[in-house]
Design a protein around this ligand. Structure first.
Ligand SMILES: [Zn+2]
Length: 293
């Protein structure tokens, strides 16, 4: 196994350990924020592993052909703006899909080039991060401000490169159930970590590992929302517009719509993109945990 330097981190204690922080304030005095994050994960997912995205490996092509259009229509019906995380290779293969996501008012963030699942030496990692950054910037006419690790991993280099490119938040870590400030020690303005739960609030484990029926996934996500609404008020759902283990198909998109509609029917619920929430956290940083890496 490669042994590249990985991120280590420490809570900034400010003189005393905080066992539990109160619910942070949300924009507009909302009781609960909901965020829908959609990882494009098209053929990059397969090409990155050395497979040709045809035959049994063709499920990623469903994203641009069916899943993304279906998700966009669903979001229009709900009046919700989502954050799409797009690998650079998929953006190159499907520029019209990325333009449509932008035209419909959603956020596009970066998600690797070939959905890399391994760590690279610093120079190669910077080359890949910059490559996707340039592809998305050219397509969108403005640079992305958010990034999600395809593998959930980061090196000591990752966030420093992203910060230098102007990114303002990361949406990869699983270590909290609220966003928090991230001091990466590069002297620039602090990052925001938009922490995510890629186990119970992600379609991949349910549909890939446990082959759970869609009705049970929908019920599980409703229960997650109920508990979160009663607690910290931070509900972030991650899905994929693929077929196979994704949520691009009609019944699974309908399940998403049902859960989101249910959440939005509650008093004091506001739907935000990750970029919108990250800016709120930066502007109200005194209420949020700070972590130094
Ligand atoms: Zn992904």
């Amino acid at each position: 196994m490669q042994n590249y330097p990985v991120v280590s981190r420490s809570l900034r204690q400010d003189g005393e350990a905080r066992f539990r922080r109160p619910r942070p304030p949300w924009p507009g005095g909302a009781r609960c924020v909901i965020l829908l994050t959609i990882d494009f994960d098209g053929p990059s997912h397969d090409v990155g592993q050395g497979f040709t995205p045809l035959g049994a490996r063709s499920t990623g092509r469903y994203s641009a052909r069916r899943g993304v259009p279906r998700h966009l229509d669903m979001l229009d019906r709900l009046g919700v703006k989502a954050s799409f995380f797009v690998p650079g290779y998929d953006a190159e293969c499907n520029p019209e899909a990325v333009r449509e996501i932008i035209a419909r008012g959603h956020e596009v963030g970066a998600h690797g080039y070939l959905h890399e699942r391994t760590l690279f030496p610093p120079e190669e990692e910077e080359r890949r991060l910059t490559l996707t950054h340039d592809i998305l910037t050219d397509l969108m006419g403005r640079p992305p401000v958010g990034w999600r690790s395809p593998s959930g991993q980061k090196t000591y280099t990752t966030l420093r490169v992203l910060s230098g490119l102007g990114y303002r938040y990361d949406c990869s870590d699983k270590d909290f159930d609220a966003p928090y400030m991230l001091d990466i020690g590069d002297g620039r303005q602090p990052f925001v970590e938009v922490a995510n739960n890629t186990f119970s609030l992600d379609d991949h484990p349910w549909y890939h590992y446990s082959m759970t029926p869609v009705s049970e996934v929908e019920e599980a996500w409703r229960r997650e929302f109920d508990a979160i609404y009663a607690d910290q008020g931070y509900f972030l759902l991650s899905v994929h517009p693929r077929c196979g283990w994704g949520s691009g198909t009609p019944s699974r998109t309908a399940a998403m719509e049902s859960v989101l509609s249910y959440a939005l029917s509650h008093e004091g619920v506001v739907a935000l993109t990750c970029a919108e929430l990250a800016e709120w956290v930066r502007a109200n940083s005194e209420h949020f945990e700070e972590v130094r890496i």
